[in-house]
Design a protein around this ligand. Structure first.
Ligand code: ATP
Ligand code: ZN
Length: 287
């Protein structure tokens, strides 16, 4: 019987749609929108397993799936020894320290002896240990941002994309300690040459899809006070070009945004009060 490669994909959440889109763009045909647990591609030896993202690294280790797509944060936190096959670049977010407005934060050292609520004790613990900082971790799996208000934590460490949720809970983001994107991970040894071959073919297609995903040139007006946050959102690229507008407190920003993150960035810019967002294609771009 011919072998198939089994890929684990988040059933529903921030990673699902984009993961499937990449595979579709590889010319692989598969199914229904009403998602089942498993389905088989019709024109490529690939089988999909739709599960919770938290379960993906363990399933790959145990041989339930061969490869999978997860946030790098989830992979690093679980510290299961697999291989990162490709960085897919989407689902960009950061793991940040946030503290109540009146917390006198001057750097990671301010966390010494404090209680920090987080779903990422392994990643955070590693970073604090490197700096010789001791803290107590309160492990929570959701609503991390409410823990200071209810008095069970002094600070939090959580995933952030815009910071709006933090502000609503009287917290301010003081330091990003880690950034994450979606990665394709797999077992170090697929256990069969046939599976290795299928994986190589898939990787070849994914590389082509990623290379083709172009950039856009983006121009918008922004309240100057949000410039720092914008630099973080479009981060990873060269610094944006900033021009002062006649109207005080406003700037015009020009930058290049990867097409595959465009809608994320667009929504985040809107949330920061960006106006007149103009998007134009780039004909050619040299390094
Ligand atoms: P599941 O039900 O599958 O366990 P989940 O609630 O754990 O889902 P999502 O919220 O869909 O997971 O997030 C999945 C991944 O998306 C995160 O692990 C992270 O890598 C990425 N991500 C991107 N932006 C954010 C954000 N603003 N907040 C949280 N995660 C984000
Ligand atoms: Zn999850």
């Amino acid at each position: 019987m011919a072998e198939v490669l089994r890929i684990a994909i988040q059933k529903s959440g921030r990673l699902s749609e984009k993961s499937l889109e990449i595979i579709k763009n590889c010319g692989i045909k598969f199914g229904s929108d009403a998602r089942v647990l498993k389905e088989r591609a019709s024109n490529f030896p690939l089988e999909f397993l739709y599960v919770r993202d938290d379960d993906i690294p363990g399933y790959i280790r145990d041989g339930v799936a061969d490869i999978g797509i997860v946030g790098r944060n989830e992979y690093d936190e679980q510290a299961i020894d697999l291989e990162v096959l490709r960085d897919l670049g989407f689902a960009k977010c950061r793991l940040s320290i946030a503290v109540p407005i009146d917390f006198p934060y001057t750097g990671l050292a301010s966390l010494e002896g404090k209680r920090i609520a987080t779903s990422y004790p392994h990643i955070l613990g590693g970073i604090l240990a490197e700096q010789g900082i001791r803290a107590t971790f309160i492990q929570v799996s959701g609503s991390v941002e409410v823990t200071p208000q209810v008095g069970i934590a002094d600070a939090i460490c959580d995933l952030v994309s815009t910071g709006a949720t933090l502000a609503m809970n009287g917290l301010r983001e003081v330091e990003a300690i880690y950034t994450s994107t979606a990665v394709m991970i797999g077992r170090k040894n697929m256990g069969s040459e046939e599976k290795e071959n299928i994986l190589s073919r898939l990787e070849l297609r994914i590389d082509a899809v990623m290379r083709a995903s172009s950039y856009k040139y983006v121009l918008f007006n922004l309240p100057e006070e949000h410039l720092d946050q914008v630099a973080r959102i479009v981060g990873g690229m060269k610094s944006p070009t900033v021009t002062r507008l006649m109207e005080t407190g406003w700037v015009s920003v020009q930058t290049v945004v990867a097409e595959d993150t465009f809608w994320d960035v667009f929504e985040q810019l809107k949330a920061l009060g960006a106006q007149g967002i103009l998007v134009t294609p780039i004909e050619k771009m040299t390094e």
